[in-house]
Design a protein around this ligand. Structure first.
Ligand code: ADP
Ligand code: MG
Length: 354
Protein backbone atom coordinates (compact mmCIF):
# COMPACT_ATOMS: atom_id res chain seq x y z
CA UNK A 1 0.00 0.00 0.00
CA UNK A 2 1.27 3.47 -0.84
CA UNK A 3 2.48 5.81 1.88
CA UNK A 4 -0.20 7.62 3.81
CA UNK A 5 -0.70 11.33 3.22
CA UNK A 6 0.24 13.33 6.29
CA UNK A 7 -2.22 16.06 7.21
CA UNK A 8 -2.14 18.80 9.81
CA UNK A 9 -5.61 19.96 10.81
CA UNK A 10 -5.89 23.33 12.48
CA UNK A 11 -8.92 24.19 14.59
CA UNK A 12 -10.18 26.66 17.17
CA UNK A 13 -8.56 30.01 16.55
CA UNK A 14 -8.98 33.45 18.02
CA UNK A 15 -12.09 34.52 16.12
CA UNK A 16 -15.62 34.63 17.52
CA UNK A 17 -16.23 31.42 15.56
CA UNK A 18 -13.76 29.38 17.67
CA UNK A 19 -16.46 27.03 18.96
CA UNK A 20 -17.97 26.36 15.54
CA UNK A 21 -14.49 25.55 14.22
CA UNK A 22 -14.12 22.85 16.88
CA UNK A 23 -17.39 21.24 15.82
CA UNK A 24 -16.33 21.47 12.16
CA UNK A 25 -12.96 19.87 13.00
CA UNK A 26 -14.63 16.99 14.81
CA UNK A 27 -16.73 16.23 11.75
CA UNK A 28 -13.76 16.51 9.39
CA UNK A 29 -11.55 14.28 11.57
CA UNK A 30 -14.22 11.60 11.56
CA UNK A 31 -14.76 11.92 7.79
CA UNK A 32 -11.09 11.41 6.86
CA UNK A 33 -10.19 7.84 5.96
CA UNK A 34 -7.48 6.79 8.46
CA UNK A 35 -6.24 4.14 6.00
CA UNK A 36 -5.21 6.93 3.64
CA UNK A 37 -4.28 9.76 5.97
CA UNK A 38 -2.14 10.33 9.05
CA UNK A 39 -3.63 13.13 11.09
CA UNK A 40 -2.07 15.65 13.42
CA UNK A 41 -4.59 17.90 15.11
CA UNK A 42 -3.55 21.34 16.27
CA UNK A 43 -5.82 23.47 18.43
CA UNK A 44 -5.35 27.23 18.56
CA UNK A 45 -6.67 28.57 21.85
CA UNK A 46 -8.29 31.98 22.26
CA UNK A 47 -5.01 33.53 23.38
CA UNK A 48 -3.43 32.33 20.11
CA UNK A 49 -1.30 29.52 21.59
CA UNK A 50 -1.05 26.35 19.52
CA UNK A 51 -1.50 22.93 21.15
CA UNK A 52 -1.10 19.43 19.82
CA UNK A 53 -4.40 17.59 20.39
CA UNK A 54 -5.50 14.00 20.35
CA UNK A 55 -7.78 13.67 17.29
CA UNK A 56 -9.69 10.80 18.92
CA UNK A 57 -10.61 12.76 22.02
CA UNK A 58 -10.20 16.52 22.10
CA UNK A 59 -13.55 18.10 22.90
CA UNK A 60 -15.13 19.09 26.20
CA UNK A 61 -18.84 20.09 26.35
CA UNK A 62 -19.25 19.08 22.74
CA UNK A 63 -23.05 19.22 22.91
CA UNK A 64 -23.04 22.86 23.99
CA UNK A 65 -21.89 25.15 21.15
CA UNK A 66 -21.46 28.14 23.47
CA UNK A 67 -19.26 26.33 26.02
CA UNK A 68 -17.45 23.77 23.94
CA UNK A 69 -13.63 23.86 24.18
CA UNK A 70 -10.68 21.60 23.51
CA UNK A 71 -8.66 19.90 26.22
CA UNK A 72 -5.40 21.83 26.23
CA UNK A 73 -2.12 20.00 26.22
CA UNK A 74 1.39 21.23 26.98
CA UNK A 75 2.72 19.70 23.79
CA UNK A 76 4.23 22.65 22.01
CA UNK A 77 4.27 23.28 18.30
CA UNK A 78 7.43 24.48 16.58
CA UNK A 79 7.66 25.98 13.12
CA UNK A 80 10.71 25.19 11.04
CA UNK A 81 10.10 26.49 7.51
CA UNK A 82 12.04 24.52 4.92
CA UNK A 83 13.82 22.40 7.51
CA UNK A 84 14.93 19.25 5.62
CA UNK A 85 13.29 20.94 2.61
CA UNK A 86 9.89 19.98 3.84
CA UNK A 87 9.49 20.28 7.56
CA UNK A 88 7.13 22.99 8.66
CA UNK A 89 5.74 22.13 12.05
CA UNK A 90 7.07 19.94 14.79
CA UNK A 91 4.64 18.64 17.32
CA UNK A 92 6.24 17.80 20.63
CA UNK A 93 10.02 17.57 20.97
CA UNK A 94 12.43 19.58 18.82
CA UNK A 95 13.98 16.43 17.38
CA UNK A 96 10.64 14.77 16.66
CA UNK A 97 10.06 15.80 13.06
CA UNK A 98 6.59 15.64 11.64
CA UNK A 99 6.58 16.69 8.01
CA UNK A 100 3.23 17.48 6.50
CA UNK A 101 1.95 17.03 2.98
CA UNK A 102 -0.84 19.54 3.50
CA UNK A 103 -2.69 21.62 6.03
CA UNK A 104 -6.45 21.79 6.46
CA UNK A 105 -7.29 25.12 8.08
CA UNK A 106 -10.60 24.29 9.74
CA UNK A 107 -10.84 27.85 10.96
CA UNK A 108 -13.70 30.26 10.46
CA UNK A 109 -13.47 34.03 10.56
CA UNK A 110 -10.51 36.38 11.01
CA UNK A 111 -7.00 34.89 11.35
CA UNK A 112 -8.13 31.65 9.77
CA UNK A 113 -10.47 32.14 6.85
CA UNK A 114 -9.01 35.52 5.87
CA UNK A 115 -5.69 34.68 4.20
CA UNK A 116 -3.43 35.05 7.23
CA UNK A 117 -2.97 31.33 7.94
CA UNK A 118 -2.87 30.72 4.19
CA UNK A 119 0.04 33.20 3.97
CA UNK A 120 1.89 31.59 6.86
CA UNK A 121 1.86 28.18 5.18
CA UNK A 122 2.58 29.63 1.76
CA UNK A 123 5.74 31.06 3.29
CA UNK A 124 6.53 27.68 4.79
CA UNK A 125 6.00 25.94 1.45
CA UNK A 126 3.11 23.69 2.50
CA UNK A 127 -0.07 23.30 0.43
CA UNK A 128 -3.19 24.53 2.19
CA UNK A 129 -6.57 23.02 1.41
CA UNK A 130 -8.98 25.54 -0.09
CA UNK A 131 -8.70 29.17 -1.03
CA UNK A 132 -5.36 30.98 -1.09
CA UNK A 133 -4.30 34.31 0.38
CA UNK A 134 -6.08 36.61 -2.06
CA UNK A 135 -9.46 34.91 -2.29
CA UNK A 136 -9.57 34.18 1.43
CA UNK A 137 -8.88 37.82 2.26
CA UNK A 138 -11.32 39.23 -0.26
CA UNK A 139 -14.17 36.86 0.61
CA UNK A 140 -13.68 37.55 4.32
CA UNK A 141 -14.28 41.24 3.73
CA UNK A 142 -17.96 41.63 2.78
CA UNK A 143 -17.34 45.13 1.41
CA UNK A 144 -14.54 44.01 -0.94
CA UNK A 145 -16.52 40.94 -2.00
CA UNK A 146 -19.50 43.07 -3.01
CA UNK A 147 -17.32 45.56 -4.86
CA UNK A 148 -15.74 42.82 -6.98
CA UNK A 149 -19.02 41.03 -7.62
CA UNK A 150 -20.66 44.32 -8.64
CA UNK A 151 -17.79 45.02 -11.05
CA UNK A 152 -18.41 41.57 -12.60
CA UNK A 153 -22.11 42.36 -13.06
CA UNK A 154 -23.21 39.89 -10.37
CA UNK A 155 -26.22 41.18 -8.42
CA UNK A 156 -25.64 42.07 -4.73
CA UNK A 157 -27.54 44.31 -2.34
CA UNK A 158 -26.63 47.97 -1.91
CA UNK A 159 -24.54 48.98 1.07
CA UNK A 160 -22.68 51.78 2.78
CA UNK A 161 -19.50 51.53 4.82
CA UNK A 162 -18.78 52.99 8.28
CA UNK A 163 -15.37 53.05 9.95
CA UNK A 164 -14.47 53.13 13.62
CA UNK A 165 -13.77 56.67 14.90
CA UNK A 166 -14.57 58.25 11.54
CA UNK A 167 -16.42 61.59 11.62
CA UNK A 168 -17.90 61.01 8.16
CA UNK A 169 -19.90 57.84 8.76
CA UNK A 170 -23.41 57.83 7.28
CA UNK A 171 -26.09 58.88 9.78
CA UNK A 172 -29.29 56.88 10.23
CA UNK A 173 -31.16 59.49 8.16
CA UNK A 174 -28.76 59.19 5.25
CA UNK A 175 -28.67 55.39 5.41
CA UNK A 176 -32.45 55.24 5.57
CA UNK A 177 -32.79 57.64 2.65
CA UNK A 178 -30.40 55.67 0.46
CA UNK A 179 -31.20 52.12 1.53
CA UNK A 180 -34.68 52.24 3.14
CA UNK A 181 -35.65 50.46 6.34
CA UNK A 182 -35.09 48.05 7.91
CA UNK A 183 -31.30 48.02 7.58
CA UNK A 184 -28.76 45.32 8.32
CA UNK A 185 -25.62 46.33 10.22
CA UNK A 186 -22.70 43.90 10.25
CA UNK A 187 -18.93 43.73 10.75
CA UNK A 188 -17.09 43.58 7.40
CA UNK A 189 -14.94 40.66 8.54
CA UNK A 190 -16.85 38.15 10.61
CA UNK A 191 -19.19 35.22 10.25
CA UNK A 192 -21.76 33.02 12.03
CA UNK A 193 -23.95 36.16 12.31
CA UNK A 194 -21.73 37.48 15.09
CA UNK A 195 -22.34 41.23 15.46
CA UNK A 196 -25.17 41.28 12.87
CA UNK A 197 -28.31 43.35 13.67
CA UNK A 198 -31.50 44.33 11.90
CA UNK A 199 -32.57 47.88 12.74
CA UNK A 200 -35.49 50.18 12.05
CA UNK A 201 -34.83 53.36 14.06
CA UNK A 202 -32.00 55.60 15.15
CA UNK A 203 -31.64 54.10 18.64
CA UNK A 204 -31.33 50.58 17.24
CA UNK A 205 -28.99 51.89 14.54
CA UNK A 206 -26.56 53.41 17.07
CA UNK A 207 -26.63 50.29 19.28
CA UNK A 208 -26.03 48.07 16.24
CA UNK A 209 -23.05 50.16 15.14
CA UNK A 210 -21.54 49.89 18.66
CA UNK A 211 -22.04 46.12 18.62
CA UNK A 212 -20.57 45.65 15.14
CA UNK A 213 -17.57 47.88 15.98
CA UNK A 214 -16.74 45.50 18.84
CA UNK A 215 -15.85 42.97 16.15
CA UNK A 216 -14.31 45.06 13.38
CA UNK A 217 -13.08 48.54 12.49
CA UNK A 218 -15.10 48.47 9.28
CA UNK A 219 -18.80 47.73 9.12
CA UNK A 220 -21.48 47.48 6.46
CA UNK A 221 -24.87 49.13 6.49
CA UNK A 222 -27.02 47.19 4.04
CA UNK A 223 -30.46 47.46 2.54
CA UNK A 224 -32.59 44.60 3.86
CA UNK A 225 -33.51 42.08 1.19
CA UNK A 226 -36.94 40.56 1.59
CA UNK A 227 -36.36 37.09 0.24
CA UNK A 228 -35.61 33.45 0.89
CA UNK A 229 -32.07 32.40 1.77
CA UNK A 230 -30.56 29.84 -0.58
CA UNK A 231 -27.13 28.23 -0.51
CA UNK A 232 -25.09 26.28 -3.01
CA UNK A 233 -21.78 24.48 -2.50
CA UNK A 234 -18.92 24.98 -4.98
CA UNK A 235 -16.10 22.46 -5.33
CA UNK A 236 -13.04 22.40 -7.60
CA UNK A 237 -10.36 24.70 -8.92
CA UNK A 238 -10.49 26.22 -12.39
CA UNK A 239 -13.48 24.13 -13.49
CA UNK A 240 -15.60 24.07 -10.34
CA UNK A 241 -18.82 22.11 -9.93
CA UNK A 242 -21.85 23.03 -7.85
CA UNK A 243 -24.12 20.97 -5.61
CA UNK A 244 -27.88 20.98 -5.51
CA UNK A 245 -29.45 24.02 -3.86
CA UNK A 246 -30.41 24.24 -0.19
CA UNK A 247 -32.68 26.66 1.61
CA UNK A 248 -32.28 27.98 5.13
CA UNK A 249 -35.60 29.14 6.49
CA UNK A 250 -35.01 30.94 9.80
CA UNK A 251 -37.95 30.76 12.21
CA UNK A 252 -36.65 33.80 14.09
CA UNK A 253 -36.33 37.32 12.68
CA UNK A 254 -33.25 36.44 10.65
CA UNK A 255 -30.56 33.75 10.51
CA UNK A 256 -28.83 34.82 13.73
CA UNK A 257 -26.11 33.03 15.72
CA UNK A 258 -28.80 31.46 17.93
CA UNK A 259 -30.81 30.34 14.92
CA UNK A 260 -27.65 28.82 13.42
CA UNK A 261 -26.19 26.98 16.38
CA UNK A 262 -28.10 27.32 19.64
CA UNK A 263 -31.85 27.03 19.10
CA UNK A 264 -32.55 23.65 17.46
CA UNK A 265 -35.77 25.13 16.01
CA UNK A 266 -34.07 28.37 14.93
CA UNK A 267 -34.05 27.45 11.26
CA UNK A 268 -35.24 24.75 8.90
CA UNK A 269 -32.74 23.41 6.42
CA UNK A 270 -34.46 22.26 3.26
CA UNK A 271 -32.43 20.26 0.74
CA UNK A 272 -33.16 20.41 -2.10
CA UNK A 273 -34.79 23.83 -2.00
CA UNK A 274 -38.20 24.00 -3.60
CA UNK A 275 -37.35 26.43 -6.41
CA UNK A 276 -37.85 26.34 -10.18
CA UNK A 277 -35.21 24.50 -12.21
CA UNK A 278 -34.36 27.78 -13.97
CA UNK A 279 -33.52 29.48 -10.65
CA UNK A 280 -31.28 26.56 -9.59
CA UNK A 281 -29.48 26.76 -12.94
CA UNK A 282 -29.01 30.52 -12.62
CA UNK A 283 -27.67 30.06 -9.08
CA UNK A 284 -25.14 27.51 -10.24
CA UNK A 285 -23.96 29.85 -13.01
CA UNK A 286 -23.73 32.88 -10.72
CA UNK A 287 -21.92 30.89 -8.01
CA UNK A 288 -19.32 29.63 -10.49
CA UNK A 289 -18.92 33.13 -11.93
CA UNK A 290 -18.41 34.56 -8.43
CA UNK A 291 -16.04 31.74 -7.37
CA UNK A 292 -13.95 32.39 -10.48
CA UNK A 293 -14.04 36.20 -10.22
CA UNK A 294 -12.86 36.01 -6.61
CA UNK A 295 -10.03 33.55 -7.50
CA UNK A 296 -11.43 30.89 -5.16
CA UNK A 297 -9.87 27.41 -5.04
CA UNK A 298 -11.07 24.12 -3.63
CA UNK A 299 -14.28 25.07 -1.94
CA UNK A 300 -16.70 27.84 -1.09
CA UNK A 301 -20.32 28.03 -0.07
CA UNK A 302 -22.17 30.69 -1.98
CA UNK A 303 -25.15 32.24 -0.18
CA UNK A 304 -28.00 33.94 -2.02
CA UNK A 305 -31.19 35.87 -1.43
CA UNK A 306 -34.11 34.90 -3.68
CA UNK A 307 -36.75 37.61 -3.84
CA UNK A 308 -40.47 37.28 -4.42
CA UNK A 309 -40.05 38.58 -7.96
CA UNK A 310 -37.52 35.77 -8.62
CA UNK A 311 -34.34 37.84 -8.47
CA UNK A 312 -31.17 36.19 -7.19
CA UNK A 313 -28.59 38.27 -5.29
CA UNK A 314 -25.38 36.94 -3.80
CA UNK A 315 -25.08 37.68 -0.08
CA UNK A 316 -21.62 36.25 0.53
CA UNK A 317 -19.11 33.48 -0.18
CA UNK A 318 -17.67 31.52 2.71
CA UNK A 319 -14.25 30.11 1.86
CA UNK A 320 -14.14 27.74 4.79
CA UNK A 321 -17.82 27.20 5.49
CA UNK A 322 -19.08 25.36 8.55
CA UNK A 323 -18.42 21.63 8.44
CA UNK A 324 -20.39 20.63 11.54
CA UNK A 325 -22.72 17.68 11.26
CA UNK A 326 -25.62 20.09 10.66
CA UNK A 327 -23.73 22.40 8.30
CA UNK A 328 -24.97 23.10 4.81
CA UNK A 329 -21.73 22.62 2.84
CA UNK A 330 -21.16 18.92 3.65
CA UNK A 331 -24.92 18.25 3.66
CA UNK A 332 -25.42 19.79 0.21
CA UNK A 333 -22.75 17.46 -1.17
CA UNK A 334 -24.09 14.47 0.71
CA UNK A 335 -27.53 15.03 -0.83
CA UNK A 336 -25.83 15.53 -4.21
CA UNK A 337 -24.34 12.03 -3.88
CA UNK A 338 -20.91 12.89 -2.45
CA UNK A 339 -20.30 11.48 1.04
CA UNK A 340 -18.31 13.43 3.62
CA UNK A 341 -15.41 11.05 3.21
CA UNK A 342 -15.44 11.35 -0.62
CA UNK A 343 -15.71 15.11 -0.28
CA UNK A 344 -12.52 15.23 1.82
CA UNK A 345 -10.73 12.95 -0.70
CA UNK A 346 -11.71 15.30 -3.54
CA UNK A 347 -10.65 18.42 -1.64
CA UNK A 348 -7.28 16.85 -0.76
CA UNK A 349 -6.80 15.81 -4.37
CA UNK A 350 -7.58 19.38 -5.56
CA UNK A 351 -4.97 20.67 -3.08
CA UNK A 352 -2.14 18.28 -3.95
CA UNK A 353 -2.62 17.68 -7.66
CA UNK A 354 -3.09 21.07 -9.23
N1 ADP B 1 -28.99 42.66 3.55
C1 ADP B 1 -29.66 41.70 4.19
N2 ADP B 1 -30.98 41.52 3.97
C2 ADP B 1 -31.68 40.55 4.61
N3 ADP B 1 -31.14 39.73 5.54
C3 ADP B 1 -29.83 39.86 5.81
C4 ADP B 1 -29.02 40.85 5.15
N4 ADP B 1 -27.77 40.74 5.63
C5 ADP B 1 -27.78 39.76 6.53
N5 ADP B 1 -29.01 39.23 6.67
C6 ADP B 1 -29.40 38.15 7.60
O1 ADP B 1 -28.35 37.97 8.56
C7 ADP B 1 -27.70 36.69 8.38
C8 ADP B 1 -26.21 36.83 8.61
O2 ADP B 1 -25.66 37.79 7.73
P1 ADP B 1 -24.45 37.46 6.77
O3 ADP B 1 -24.17 38.66 5.94
O4 ADP B 1 -24.72 36.21 6.05
O5 ADP B 1 -23.24 37.30 7.80
P2 ADP B 1 -22.44 36.02 8.33
O6 ADP B 1 -21.14 36.04 7.59
O7 ADP B 1 -22.26 36.30 9.77
O8 ADP B 1 -23.24 34.78 8.01
C9 ADP B 1 -28.12 36.27 6.98
O9 ADP B 1 -28.08 34.86 6.84
C10 ADP B 1 -29.52 36.82 6.89
O10 ADP B 1 -30.45 36.04 7.65
MG1 MG C 1 -23.97 34.25 6.18
Amino acid sequence: MSKKISIAILCGGQSAEHEISLLSAKNIVSSLDKNKYDLQLIGIDKSGTWHKLNPDNFLINEDDPKNIHFSKTDNQIFFSPNYYNKQTINCGEYDENTPFDLVIPVLHGPNGEDGTIQGLFKLAGVPVLGCGVLSSAVCMDKDMTKKILKAEGIPVCNHLVARKNSKTNPSFEIAQKQLGIPLFIKPANMGSSVGVSKVSNNTEFEAALDLAFKHDDKILIEEAIDGRELEIAVLGNLEPKTSIVGEVAPTLDFYSFDAKYVNPDGAHLIIPADIPESAAKEMSELAIKAFTALECRGLARCDFFYTKDNKLLINELNTFPGFTNISQYPMLWEKSGVSNSELMDLLINFTLNT
